[in-house]
Design a protein around this ligand. Sequence first.
Ligand code: GCU
Length: 422
Amino acid sequence: MIRILPIVLAIVAVAAACNAGSARADGETINYDEAKVPDYVLPDPLVMQDARSVTSAAMWRKLRRPEILELFCTQVYGRRPPTPEGLRFDVTEDTPAALAGKATRKRIRVDFSGRNETWPGVKLTLIVPGGAKTPVPAFVGMHLFDSKSDEPLPGRPLEVEIGEKLPGSRVLDVILERGYAIGTLDANDFCPDDKERFREGALAHFFPGRTGPPGVEEPGAISVWAWGLSRALDYLETDPAIDAKRVAVIGHSRMGKTALWAGAQDERFALVISNNSGCGGAALSRRVFGETVARINGVFPHWFCGNFSKYNGREGKLPVDQHELVALIAPRPVYIASAQEDLWADPRGEFLSAVGAERVYHLLGKPGLETTEMPPAGRSIGNSIGYHLRVGKHALTDYDWLRYLDFADRHFAKPAQAGPRR
Ligand code: GCU
């Protein structure tokens, strides 16, 4: 077990900006006071449930990693739907000179033989820089831009002065100019984000006839969305324009939780980016700071498996915490980002998750963050684990995108080793 208290104390000065006291939301007390974070002990990612220490990369790989993955499946997110056999990719649009000739735009529907009428399909919109001579790396995620639009605008205008001029007026131009393709999925296409309707998509096909909130180990929406990202990657592996060994999965907020879970399970994702993912994402549940397990299960009962609500107000009983979700991504690069005013997502808890995953990266021979000190806003730190705290609110901004592009440039300089299909 790791005593986390010293780390918390060491960075308490930086916490000052976040100490906004307690506030009430929907009649429940939400803690925003660093002084009220309970003393807690994190599960050690390098100690097996039977108390054996994990002493080698092989032991991590063969024993401890599957154990942690199984715990996240059964206690937090639920098992994902099966991987369908006989996948088929219907390219429903292929526009070679989209975005004023700068890119190719494709729309693809993922289908499979044997489907029945309840199958809604996973739809991917893919924008690839024009004129690339070799397969390009890609970012893929949920709701990265408006997939219905012919001239999509991913990202938002800059929210903060960052003293940095973008080479183009839109972040999409920059992403394309820097040689990356970008693909987006709409979660509602295959798993509506609605506690009454979430079963109407892929779940109606895979688990017909079921009703009500997710059962104890049944997949919640986050698991279904993560599964959809893997199906998008199945397509990317077949597209000669894309280097499928250099695909980064990225998401903001609930889709940041989804990106982490997708990357943890599907090792073909060569890099993982979590933007302001908060509770059930990068933030440590045991800190009980900002959004809590009880609150997220209460408001979004369709996101996680039924078992997760056993830990409402009992975070200390969770057999895992979110630093171990980050550890599941090791040795692949992972970037976690917070926003200073996004206290609901617990920026410090997100940072401490990155800290808590680091020993697994070290065991696997990779440098991690290499500090336990939370950086000031506006500084990107780390190596295989990247982190920044941005000035401003809960959002995926151009500032964030620029950091992710730099991180991907660093790690994609040489093609990464991606894992098998899941
Ligand atoms: C709510 C929810 C968060 C989530 C966010 C979002 O605020 O409580 O957990 O991250 O929505 O997805 O925008």
